[in-house]
Design a protein. Sequence first.
Length: 679
Amino acid sequence: MPVPYYITTPIYYVNDVPHIGHAYTTIAADVAARWQRLNGRDVRFLTGTDEHGQKVMRAAAKLGRTSQEHVDITHERFKTLWTRLGIQYDDFIRTTEPRHQEVVRGFLQQLWEKGEIYPKDYAGWYSTSAERFWSDEEVAEAAWKALKSPAFPAEEAVAKLKAGELVGRCPDSGQAVEWITERNYFFRMSAYQERLLAHIEANPRCIQPENRKNEVLGFLKKPLEDLCISRPAARLPWGIPLPFAEDYVTYVWFDALSNYVSALGPVGGELHRRYWPADVHLVGKDILTFHTVYWFSMLMALGLQPPKQVYAHGWWTIKREKMSKSLGNVIDPLKLVDVFGVDATRYFLLREIPFGYDGDYSPDAAILRFNSDLVNDFSNLVHRIVKWAGTPVGEAGPLPELDAELLVVAERATAGFRAQMETLQFRDALEALWELVRAGNKYVDTAAPWALAKNGDTARLAQVLRALREVQRIVASYLHPFCPTACGEVLARLGLAGPDLRVAFDVLPAGATARAGDPLFMRLDIEPTLVALGAAPAALAAPAEAPAPKSKTPPAKEAPVSEPVAAPAAPANITYDDFAKIALRIGVVLSAEKHPNADRLLVLKVDVGEPEPRQIVAGIAKVYAPEDLVGRRITVVTNLAPAKLRGVESQGMLLAAGGSDIASILSPIHDVPAGSIVK
Ligand code: MSP
């Protein structure tokens, strides 16, 4: 019996125009699902749309549609996008479907009968944009931020808020909040605090990555409150009515989270027994608390098991800002598909940033990644031997040393790939596999089939073709979940119906030929591609007037470790020997945290290719949040004498660009290994 594997994406707000952030989660889930299917698991992959709530109701009214008409139209945007992106979901759930509503009402009734839900009068700050209540301090802090006031004097701000001198704001949207008093229904979530902690402790991998789990544990240190799970239908009719109080509708998150169970049909039914608890809920880091604290406690109250894992990935940002319709910086995944094709879009999104961390989208990086990995490496591996497509492979037999070495690389690369896929480390899985892609290309150089053909060494040529076509088969089979179209084509050219994960050079039948074809990927020129992507290439952008540098005397006692102060004037010419005195290396940031005594300093642990990581203190806290730096490659001066900065030792200096305000750290375009020399 194949082992079940149930994977889900969040159900997307039907009102949103899908962007690369949504595409990212769904592609990740699709790749994981395809990989598990390839490995014989009984996979169920669920996605869908979240269709209730105030925003939907308002958008529909604006367009002169009923809410139902509106969601019937808008949810199609997601379905269309998933089809274009090659997403093979097994089920698409919509929260307006009767099958979902029945389950939600059943859950509510059950919790009501158990006494887990009770009515209470409640007064609080309500945000219509976020559809939730916030505390005094939360809305005061958001209001303070909007005023761009530096420090937040909590007590003073709350006092002003209560006196009506400060307009409270929603921490999510920044919009003004309203003070509302109403009777509502509450779920006794506070009763689950200890059980949640015990569950997380007993199931250490149930929230991943580790730093996200720690966030949830941090959240659970504060007393947990009961959860308001209703909204008066008079204010918000677009939702699922509570079965025991039909003049109320269900809070959107209670409604939405239930989709993971409702999509499996009735609890106790065939699908439910087969697939619940889910193996993994993939979510963005923004909705982790809902998926752990709220969802786990709801399930516990219902006598159901929590999912085996909730994996929270990071965010795609644009110039380090959140993507949003209002900022007008949303990247349309279909644009990427038009320019790069489906496979390359899928590949790029998962290859570029470690799953779990944030990453900034850059069209230049996408083009470079395309040209280097897909054109130079992968497509090349397939195309370089295309002229011998009609030449049959030799008998499988003992491998000469060169071929045996290639097989060892294949074993190592695929084992690495497997291990990384188990923990959803897509980028690292691809990096592992690429060792084989590069080794395959190197093998072509060394084995030189053209020379064998010229010298009439047909026996060795047939052997070399076997090794190379087997490598093509292995790469295309493992890469298939990421790039299904191109890999399907490679396999078809080899006469195979689909992926075959065996790591051996005796899989292809003796005498098999291949089918010739065009290159899988063709090099893209940077400038026209940037234009096609809607990004103005730097060369075409109007040159900015550089302001005359203001001379500033650095404060005497500050050590010059990445401090935002004007650099002393450099001499016009130095010799190479002078330059060579500076040891520059690429480092990978392993951890980053705020300096205990200085707001603008961060303390980083950086792997510079030495046995122990270096500690580097850098004045970049105004531009980078610590979590944005982890996993990044930076440039480090490694032979600067150690210095203490506000009491913390710095064993080097990172390079950053900008004047008195540092604007950017310097990172290499390609992921060169930690410790790479910069010269
Ligand atoms: N409807 C809720 C989810 C309910 S699940 C029971 C919701 N929807 S959403 O459309 O706003 O976004 C859902 C998910 O889209 C995020 O959690 C994340 O997975 C993905 N992303 C949205 N923007 C993103 C980025 N900028 N970057 C990466 N992923 C992001 O929240």
